[in-house]
Design a protein around this ligand. Sequence first.
Ligand code: GLU
Length: 446
Amino acid sequence: MARAMTVTRFAPSPTGRLHVGNIRTALHNWMLAKKRGGRFMLRIDDTDAARSREDYVEAIRSDLSWLGLTPDGEERQSARLDHYERAFEALRDAGRIYAAYETAQELELKRKIALGRGLPPIYDRAALALTEAEHAAKQGEGIVPHWRFKLDHDQPIAWEDGIRGTQKFDPATLSDPVIRRADGSWLYMLPSAVDDIEIGVTDVLRGEDHVSNTAVQIQMFTALGATPPRFAHEALLVGSEGKLSKRLGSLGCDAFRDDGIEPQALVALLARLGTSLSVEPIGDVAALVETFDLATFGRAPARFDAGELARINTALIHELPFAEVAERLPDGMGEEGWLAIRPNLDKLADAADYWSLVTGPVDAPDLSDDDRTYVAEAAQALEWSADPWHTLTGTLKESTGRKGKALFLPLRLALTGRGSGPEMAALLPLIGEGEARARLIAAARA
Ligand code: GLU
C-alpha cells in the first residue's frame, strides 16, 4: 500500500537549549522531509510542566529559524492532554494498561535482587497478579497507583530500521513501561506514540538511544490500531576525543554564533557527519538535500570536530554572495568592498575591522628614511585608472628598480597602516584617489 506524503518531526523537550546533537536530529528530519517533498513538524514535548520553560520553547523556534529549518507546523504536547487521556482509556479498557503501586525504592530493590540472581532487571509484573480485592486494599490505604503499559509477550517485535537494518526484540525481555505517574502526569512513551499517529508522522528518525523505546512504541501503535511509522535510529554524536563530552552537550546555536560560525557551515557539516558521503563546504542546502540518503548513514558514532567546522565555515564565507550578507556588513560597505575583503575573513564579524582600512583613519606606519622618500614618490606617481594598484606599482618598479616586498610593503603600510590584509589591487580603488594620495603623503612625513 502506498504511503501518504512523508511527514517527519523533531520533538525536543523544552527543558534546555538545543545542543549540537539535537540540531543534527532536527536537520536530518528536515532533510528527509525535503528530499521526499514532505512536511517537517516541530513537536514541543512539554508534558513535564515542572521542567519545561517558555523561554526554551522560544529559543528552540529561533534556533531552528537561524539554521533555516523552518517547520511546516507545530504541535505542543501540553495542548493535547485530552488526546492522551482518550488513548489511555481505550488501552485500559482493552486490558493493555494496569495499575501498579511499587515505590521507587521497592523497584530498585527488585532490580538489585534480579541482577544478583543473574536475571535481566526487568519489572516482574507483580502488580498484574493483584486481585481486585488487593487493588481495593491498596487504594483503601490511600496508595495512588501509577500506570504501566502491558507488553504483549506473544507478539514478537521487529522492524526494518532505515539505518540499523532488521531489528528484533522479544517483548518478554523488556519491562512494561510506566506511562503515567501517580499524579496523573505523562511520561514520554505514550504521548509520543499518540502524537505520531494523530499528526500522521510517517518517518521517525532519532538517536539510537531510543531503539528500545521504539520496540515498546511499536506495540503501542498496534494496540492503538495504527500502522507503525518507518523508524531509523542514527548513531550518536561524540566529541573528537571519542566521548559524548559535557562540552558537546552544551554547545548550541548561541555558542556557534558567538564563534562566528555561519548556520550554513553547521548545516554542511552535520548533514553528512557520520555518513559515507564526504563532508564538504557546500553552501547550497538544496544540493545537500539532493544527496541525503539514510542508506549512507553508518553505525559508528559520528565524531564532531570543531576544527573541521571552522574550516568549513571559512571556506563558505569565502563564497558567500553579497546579497546574503549585505545587512550584516558595516555601513557603507558595498559589493566591491565585500568581494575585496571576503577572501581574508574567517568570520563575518571581522569585516568591520578590514573595512576600517578603507574608511580610515589608518595608523601612521613607522617607515625608514628610504621608504619615506619612496612613498613620497608614490604620491607623485599615483595615477587613477581602472586598476590603479597595478598602474602604480608598474610605474614605481620601473622608476625605482624596487621589486617584491620592497616595492609593495611600504605602499601597503602607508595606505592601510598594516603589513598585511586584503589584496591591495582590490582595496585601492575603494580607498579612492584623493584619500590614497593623502595617506601616502602623510606616511612620507611621519
Ligand atoms: N522528547 C523526546 C526526546 O527529546 C523525543 C524523542 C522522539 O523523537 O521521539 O528525546
